[in-house]
Ligand binder design. Structure first.
Ligand code: MLT
Ligand code: ZN
Length: 453
């Protein structure tokens, strides 16, 4: 630790208490690795403020000493957005745990950045409501990071991403000023919406400390189907059928033969059907009356199906899909690319990706899955070795060429900042840089994330 590091640590300890400034290398290392195993760095220190005023004083102190800061939430990110690079201060928001009363009239709730998705879901359910966003990292991912990355998950098909569910934020600027807009007004068009700008800004503009979130009435009955289909074109036909049959469709995720085999091996699970199939879909409907009938709308075009309505059986079907991430991770450090393409282009984009991997590194294993109804494909290449960089470039270009985005729901972070121009114009990027300078003139907040240095 440098002398200046010591001084900053002492200053921060005076703000948050010595117990919440972590300088011990072993303890610090808990904050220094990302969920993919691809990003890590040795932080200068980790600071854990307990309220918004402490966040403000912490940022002001870092600002005065010119220390680079990276905000960190539940530490489930996959693009190096919240993982420190060498020498950066980690600002962990985990202690911002306030969970407000549900405002029934507005159907909203105000929650601290450090509240996990799961806790938020339980709080909403206790009030007879749902927070309609869900994903596999629910027990660890926190609200601050989810707003900052405009997280998606499998319910986006019906309810949109965090952007659609966020009615306001409280955030701290790098100089310590606090911007609070948590009123949650549905109609409020008084000028530029600055808090809105922070949704999806990945920590490069300000640090989100609280969010005002929208809730929906809890749907009483749920039905989940696992369908096996012959190919992705049929999968799209299933989507079409289900959409026409029911407004209660919430999710249509997919995975494939290779991924399923790996998941079953890892978890010691029996495969869901007696035969193996190229593509599997998880469809979920939720309504006030049992929606399982509506899931049968696609019955004649699927090869095999299983439908569940009770929570445990539904969870077991989802497990085949949700376990893909941890399974891939267990096989090594994957090349992991979260992209989106227009929904109708998913089959052709998958063909592009398969061809690229076969041409560039035929020995690599390709595991594709994602949120089909959103056109959101998670590309995972295992064993790409030295070809990883080449493949990364080619796959991101292929997504852009098909009219897609280099980042669907995980964010740009450090991982993809070099490719932002594939899906944003020069004008857009230059405006982003101007805005970044207004919020963070010294360039010390999440440097290098989103906008390449
Ligand atoms: C998922 O859909 O499972 C998550 O986005 C994580 C992943 O990409 O594996
Ligand atoms: Zn996902």
């Amino acid at each position: 630790v440098s002398v200046d590091g010591d001084r900053l640590a002492a200053r921060l300890a005076a703000i948050v208490g010595a117990a919440h400034v972590v300088t011990d290398p072993a303890l610090k290392s808990l904050y220094e690795h990302d969920a993919t195993g691809r990003f890590s760095g040795s932080s200068r220190l980790v600071v854990r403020p307990g309220n918004v005023e402490e966040v403000a004083e912490t940022l002001a102190a870092c600002s005065r000493s010119g220390a680079a800061v990276v905000p960190q939430g539940g530490h489930t990110g996959m693009v190096g957005g919240g993982t420190p690079r060498d020498g950066e201060v980690v600002l962990s928001l985990g202690r911002l745990q306030a969970l407000g009363e549900i405002d029934r009239a507005a159907s909203q709730v105000t929650v601290g950045a450090g509240v996990t998705l799961e806790r938020l879901q339980l709080q909403a359910a206790a009030g007879g409501l749902d927070f309609p966003l869900d994903h596999g990292a629910r027990s660890a991912a926190t609200v601050g990071g989810m707003v900052a990355t405009d997280a998606g998950g499998h319910l986006a098909l019906r309810y949109g991403t965090m952007r659609a569910l966020t009615a306001g934020v409280e955030a701290v600027l790098i100089d310590g000023r606090i911007v609070t807009r948590l009123g949650g007004l549905l109609k409020d068009n008084a000028g530029l919406d600055l808090p809105e700008l922070l949704i999806g800004s990945e920590g490069i503009l300000a640090v989100i400390t609280r969010a005002r979130l929208r809730l929906v009435p809890a749907r009483r009955r749920r039905a989940t189907a696992l369908f096996a289909v012959a190919d992705l074109d049929t999968a799209l036909a299933v989507l079409d059928r289900l959409r026409a049959a029911t407004p209660s469709l919430e999710a249509l995720d997919y995975f494939e033969e290779t991924g399923l085999r790996r998941v079953c091996e890892r978890l010691g699970l029996a495969p869901p059907f007696s035969r193996s199939h190229p593509v599997y879909l998880v469809a979920e409907c939720a309504a006030d009356v049992d929606p399982s009938e509506q899931l049968l709308a696609a019955a004649d075009i699927v090869e095999e199906s299983a439908i569940a309505t009770d929570a445990a059986a539904r969870k077991a079907l989802w497990r085949f899909r949700e376990a893909h991430n941890e399974t891939v991770r267990s096989l090594g450090v994957p090349l992991k690319l979260d992209v989106s393409v227009p929904v109708g282009a998913v089959p052709v984009f998958e063909r592009d990706v398969r061809t690229l991997v076969e041409d560039v590194e035929p020995d690599a294993e390709l595991i594709l899955y994602g949120h089909l109804g959103d056109g959101n494909v998670h590309v995972n290449v295992i064993g790409a070795g030295e070809a990883a960089d080449t493949l990364e470039d080619l796959i991101l270009r292929a997504a852009a060429d098909r009219g897609g985005s280099i980042s669907a729901e995980h964010g740009v972070g450090l991982a993809k900042s070099s490719w932002l121009d594939l899906c944003r114009s020069e004008t857009e990027i230059s405006l982003m840089r101007d805005i970044k300078r207004v919020f963070d003139p010294g360039g010390i907040l999440s440097p290098g994330r989103v906008l390449r240095e």
